[in-house]
Design a protein around this ligand. Sequence first.
Ligand code: WT7
Length: 654
Amino acid sequence: MPQENYSMESVSHENRKFNPHPDFAAQAHIGSAADYRQMYERSIADPEAFWAEAAEELDWFKKWDSVLDESEAPFFKWFSGATTNLCHNCVDRHLAGPNRNKAALIWEGEPGDTRVLTYQDVYREVGKFANGLKQIGIKKGDRVAIYLPMVPELVLAVLACARIGAVHTVIFAGFSADSIRDRVNDCGAKCVITADGGWRRGRVLSLKNTVDEALKGAESVTDVVIVKRAHGDPFPCHFKEGRDHWYHRLVQDQPIECPCEEMEAEDMLFLLYTSGTTGKPKGIIHTTAGYMLYTYLTMKYIFDLKPEDVYWCTADVGWITGHSYIVYGPMQNAATQIIYEGAPNEPDEGRFWEIVEKYRATIFYTAPTAIRAFMKWGDQWPEQHDLSSLRLLGTVGEPINPEAWMWYHRVIGAERCPIVDTWWQTETGGHMLTPVPGATATKPGCATVPFFGIEPAILDDDGAEVDAGILAIKQPWPGILRGIYGDPQRFKDTYWCKWGGKYYFPGDGARRDEDGYIWILGRVDDVVNVSGHRIGTAELESVFVEHKDVAESAVVGVPHEIKGQGLIAFVTVIQGRAHDDKLRTELVEMVDKSIGKFARPERILFSSDLPKTRSGKIMRRLLRDIAEGKELGNTTTLADPGVVEQLQRQYEES
Ligand code: WT7
């Protein structure tokens, strides 16, 4: 694979620093910088002993023979020889003690309907769901796609799969039919679990219709399970006899008892598709034991979780945040958590704060893009609600700008709550760089320090340590991805090529400050982070060139006030074809259809040519300069410098 060279520059001069509040530190699992340092040093000096000790906190059917096996690196194996089950550790483990009747899920639908499920309830529902899946022929190792709104059945479906050893692949309900089809075909899913609809901004999204569309051309799927959520209104839900099953009918007569499948440590737990720099989304593989332990421990320490907490993560289970910090992390820790189905501004911009007040949430975890939207909507919304129950705030998904961090700290946290800015990825399984809330002094916009067992470095292209450069992770950790489904070569090329296979390459730029803190500077590859959702520019470009009038396209990311980054598309039209609003509309429709509405570009600019080097490579850097209204960088390597000047004029005029 060709190696790109990256250069990172940093413009941040943030130097405010906030020590953990003494009251918080006094009650925290890890209550001082010295305690953190001691644990961290031990985790690095002897990672196997550290992880083995932590693993004793969980249940195993059989203990491991070795903690870490690097013999087939970068295909690492953790806890070889052990057997366990994630669903057991999330549910059954809690039934013997005081958590049996503790609220596990406090769910609120967008229209205001509510449900509460205790751990005992979850046990019962998951057992029946798992037996239902078995009845339609789902076995250990089969892939099950889940395309559901944020209803309790989404969590139950994930746990039911884990219980019987089926590999779940959750597809965010904003994805289009084409995207579902690609994913289902890539992994050969046998079953899709969906709903008739789900609520979003006062409307019902017709999920089942989208699945029906997707399954035209997805031969592997033999069964579809439909959760009744929208009750056919306003979308009557087509039902295909022999293939489709109503969830409530499938489970109604199932026995509750469903023994947990005894899973090997490295048995596949789930696939989650994410965008890369080239080609189709890749199916990230996570396996059982390592992911289990990593999400368990990060949850406990980074959210400083206590039995009395009411935790709320606003992510969707369709993304890794929801896998690790709605399903597996919280439930392994017997947390009580809030799950909300809908939009933050439905029926008004105070909805989230109303929910915090109503359930007395203590821990709140959201994304910078949401925080910027709250800022824009104004302080009056949170001010109308009693947020005094909150004790810890978190953020994830993209670098948080210091102003948004300060607003979060002041208006939501009342200057009392620590903020954990957690840097991690679909591939890492759990938090990697983050403050430890009772121990780490925070700085606005900074992901600060590594979690236990994580050894970060900032390197240049040649692997030399630098202050600002490319982030690398030097040692494997239990939550690391185990591969890309069906494409081991792409796994090696993407993550292990950069420094001769020595270190994990996450694709982010970073810098280290005078305190040794790490600041994430954003992606160094052609991945754009739109509202915390990863979009590969190559993916969008291949959508555009499918249009018969389009010759070529280049998509770049630019800073966006709310979304963090927005997409700008440069599209070259075949000579003689019209480039007008009709074409623009058609291209937007193609994005909706191929990926989903959330991937729409901010602007589509038509041009007669794109700036290229003499060897024909599109110079995206110059396109970014144009889109950001910057002085143009070096143009001497261009084949035709006139192209870029013309584009710039056109961009400014449009
Ligand atoms: C990319 C991973 C991790 C769950 C959500 C996104 C960016 C994520 C932060 C943060 C700066 C961040 C990185 C990373 N990112 N969290 N706290 N500060 N950047 O998961 O879709 O796998 O995206 O999101 O660029 O590589 P993802």
